[in-house]
Structure formats: structure tokens, C-alpha cells
Design a protein around this ligand. Structure first.
Ligand SMILES: C[S@@+](CC[C@H](N)C(=O)[O-])C[C@H]1O[C@@H](n2cnc3c(N)ncnc32)[C@H](O)[C@@H]1O
Length: 240
């Protein structure tokens, strides 16, 4: 993606690239013991919104923040370049093979496909290490047709929380917690997105206007159907 692509114009300067908030991070990590000096991988870190929270749980630890998009990594470097506890890497999360005490991934494992991601991340955990990730699921048995069409165009593999939990267990993990991410977490993504869409409307090219419409539509679908679908936060440890 070029720095001048309409997608980049919309997404540059957003504090995060998917739902997440500090309270949900704290809640997830309350289910495991994070060593104070934990080696942490933030896999698909985006602009780095979760790094401060991760370091709060491991003040003498180290976060390897990796994302495939160099402009997000530039943001991480801008915010954390001065801190030796953070290494920001533009590249593929699968290239990070150091064993980690905690692998954190907010909304990024689905790019790999969940089975592959679970298997690959399992080989990168220390004994007793934890994989904490969020993934889109349906929260009801009978989601509205409009929602299904919208979700399944982008996430053909979406299913229920129970199906996701079964897949995590089948991959050899023990689940310590599974909970839908909060509305606050979604608003931390969509409130700044809505503001950015409004700011960029005037004088937008046709190409940019299309991307703005898509961003606004995504937020509107979440607001309309937020009790029917959402991200679930999974906290899992690898069985020995
Ligand atoms: C939905 S965004 C979430 C970003 C961030 N975790 C947050 O919550 O703000 C998913 C991110 O995963 C990144 N990504 C997808 N596949 C990746 C891969 N194989 N290696 C590294 N990053 C990847 C994308 O570039 C994108 O920034």
C-alpha cells in the first residue's frame, strides 16, 4: 500500500487499527501470570496502541512489535524509538521465532488463517507461555442476513465463540478466558475513524470518497449489529 493510497490517507493517524482498549487488555492478562521481564511479541501491532499496556504488565520486559505495514511501524518507532524495551519491526510476524512468554495479537491472526496461526504461534511460546488474541465471531446463533453477507465477504471463516474455542483446544491449547471485547474497545477504533472520515469528506477524490464510504459503512454496521457479532478475546496457554 502506498503512502498516498486512499486507504492509507484514511488510516494514517488513527490510534489503532482494530478494536481494543486498556481495560480489556488488563482483563485478559489478569487470567495469566506475566513475568515482570516477559519477552512479548505484539503480532500485527498496527500503530502500537497496545504497547504501553503490555509493558505495564512487564515493566522490565521487552516487546517485539511487528507489522507488515511499514507506515504503522514508523508510528511505533516515533512513539517508542527512545525505549530500549521496544523493538519495532516492519515485516512478517512469522519471521519472529524467539520464544516468547506472551504473544499478543489484536485482530491480526486471521490474516494467517486461524489453524495455521495457532500452530505457528504455539512453536514460538516458551514453556507455560500464553497466546492472547482477538478474533471476529458471531455472538448469536441467527445473525441478520445483511450482517452475514457483510462479514462473510471479508471473513469467510467466521463462526461462533464455541467453534473458535474448539479450534483453539484442538490446536493443543488450554483456554484460560474467552470474552467479547467491550463496546469501549470498539469505540476506541470507530470514534477516531468517524472523525477522520468527516474531516476528509470535503474535496475528497472519487477514489478517496469510496474508501471513506467503506469506513463509515463498517462503523455503521457495527453500531447496528453490535449485539450479534464482535471480537472475542481468547487467552490461551499451550498444553505441555
Ligand atoms: C486489524 S489490524 C490490528 C492492528 C493492531 N493490533 C491494533 O489493534 O491496532 C491487523 C494488523 O495486522 C497486520 N498484519 C497482517 N498480517 C500480518 C503478518 N503476516 N505479519 C505482520 N503483520 C501482519 C496488518 O498490517 C494490520 O496492521
Amino acid at each position: 500500500m502506498s503512502d498516498r493510497s486512499p486507504f492509507f490517507i484514511l488510516h494514517s493517524d488513527l490510534p489503532r487499527e482494530g478494536p481494543g482498549c486498556r481495560a480489556d487488555l488488563d482483563k485478559a492478562l489478569s487470567h495469566i501470570t506475566v513475568p515482570q521481564n516477559a519477552r512479548i511479541l505484539d503480532a500485527g501491532c498496527g500503530p502500537g496502541a497496545d504497547i504501553a499496556g503490555l509493558l505495564a504488565h512487564a515493566p522490565q520486559g521487552h516487546v517485539t512489535a511487528v507489522d507488515g505495514q511499514a507506515h504503522f511501524i514508523a508510528k511505533v518507532t516515533e512513539g517508542w524509538g527512545h525505549d530500549a524495551r521496544v523493538t519495532a519491526i516492519a515485516g512478517d510476524m512469522l519471521d519472529q521465532t524467539e520464544p516468547f512468554d506472551l504473544i499478543w495479537s489484536a485482530g491480526a491472526l486471521y490474516f494467517l488463517g486461524i489453524e495455521r496461526a495457532l500452530a505457528e504461534m504455539g512453536t514460538r511460546l516458551t514453556q507455560g507461555g500464553a497466546l492472547v488474541f482477538s478474533e471476529l465471531v458471531y455472538l448469536v446463533d441467527d445473525p441478520a442476513e445483511e450482517l452475514r453477507i457483510d462479514c462473510e465477504a471479508e471473513y469467510p471463516d467466521i463462526g461462533s465463540i464455541d467453534r473458535l474455542k474448539d479450534r483453539v483446544v484442538a490446536a493443543g491449547y488450554q483456554i484460560r478466558a474467552a470474552f467479547p471485547v467491550s463496546d469501549e474497545a470498539w469505540e476506541e477504533y470507530y470514534t477516531p475513524m468517524d472523525a477522520r472520515v468527516a474531516k476528509l469528506r470535503d474535496g475528497a477524490s472519487a477514489e478517496l470518497a469510496k474508501v471513506l464510504d467503506e469506513g463509515a459503512a463498517e462503523a455503521a454496521i457495527w453500531r447496528k449489529y453490535k449485539r450479534q457479532f464482535g471480537y472475542v478475546q481468547i487467552v490461551a496457554v499451550k498444553e505441555t
